[in-house]
Write a protein that binds this ligand. Sequence first.
Ligand code: APR
Ligand code: ZN
Length: 394
Amino acid sequence: MQKPQGESVNGVHTETETSGKVITCKAAVVLGPGQPFVIEEIQVDPPQKMEVRVKILYTSICHTDLSYWKGESEAYRVYPRILGHEAAGIVESVGEGVVDMRKGDHVIPIFNGECGDCVYCKCDNSNLCERFRVHPLRSVMVNDGKCRFSTKDGKPIFHFLNTSTFTEYTVLHSACVVKIDSKAPLKKMILLSCGVSTGLGAAWNTAKVQAGSSVAIFGLGSVGLAAGEGARTRGASKIIGVDINPNKFIKGKAMGFTDFINPNDSKNPVHEIIQEMTGGGVDYSFECAGNLDVLREAFLSTHEGWGMTVLLGIHPTPRMLPIHPMELFDGRRIIGSVFGDFKGKTQLPHFAQQCMRGEVNLDEFITHELPFEKINEAVQLLAEGKSLRCVLHL
Ligand code: APR
Ligand code: ZN
């Protein structure tokens, strides 16, 4: 394989070698719905105005990547494409106008960007940037509507969720790149890119879980376990884990969940069991399974009068909310949370510090590690519910 030659610092080639030039490198490309990832050589263009080119060192697979890979919705079927949005890496070069990052900085990509200038970014109550919020249909760079990736014979390869991390080098808008402390353990920082920030932030920022409260988490993948960790760190006294896969309870127990329910073990609906266990329902519930029937159970599991359900799962189904409008008069609330309501560029550097000080337990989330070339194995591990996060080493 033809790679940029010459000296390198921390694995990043020096400016004279690659800055401003096309880089040839390896990427895992998806060519069709559910087709195995193909590791192939691609070309990565230099970053344009306000863009950053990043050398990815670690990446992992999240449930959302699986949904796009399978092409669960018509809109997801854009090929060839480079998926992936959880990662950590080092800045290789920056485009014109980028002043908050430079070559060698340690960074994590964020699919929910923060431009800092729009009405949303200027609003304290929202983390949805006008230009860089998640847009499932977007598959090109915002600047010029073009791809920075191409095949060796010059055909475009499409982008994904503002990030595309299943590649040795990627190009992102600087609004979607967060600089973190170079002393932070880069491998663990991938978790802040999506899963852990999403779940934990939902408990901290969206629900604002109070000390002594009760919580039910539906779906104990990385997102659900992170929501549990958010509740634990805020002092919740009861954390109930609900999952149809009882193997998930082992991890939940290690992370401080206090009770577990397998819906398949009882004829009664889960919300009845939870109402009985808690004297009327939990204060907060989190839907982290991506299933509408589960959402309804989560909604009814909260206490009348003040209960709050936070929706985290992605629901590709065309079905509408399974809630009658009059049920909202019972005082239960329901709200969605994107990226844990974190404003990525503003708040993640501080969150990384909290993780470094051990205030948040990241250790349990990484269950497997594999070389990047074995990405198809990592996909299977997640799809079969055997892994939380499998870190791929590039
Ligand atoms: N009831 C309870 N738990 C369920 C059910 C159900 N009917 N169906 C699935 N689950 C559990 C699975 O067994 C699994 O443990 O939900 C969990 C989902 O975990 P992962 O597949 O690891 O997904 P994760 O990465 O945590 O994401 C969860 O959030 O970001 C979204 O798209 C993502 O919808 C997904 C959700
Ligand atoms: Zn994700």
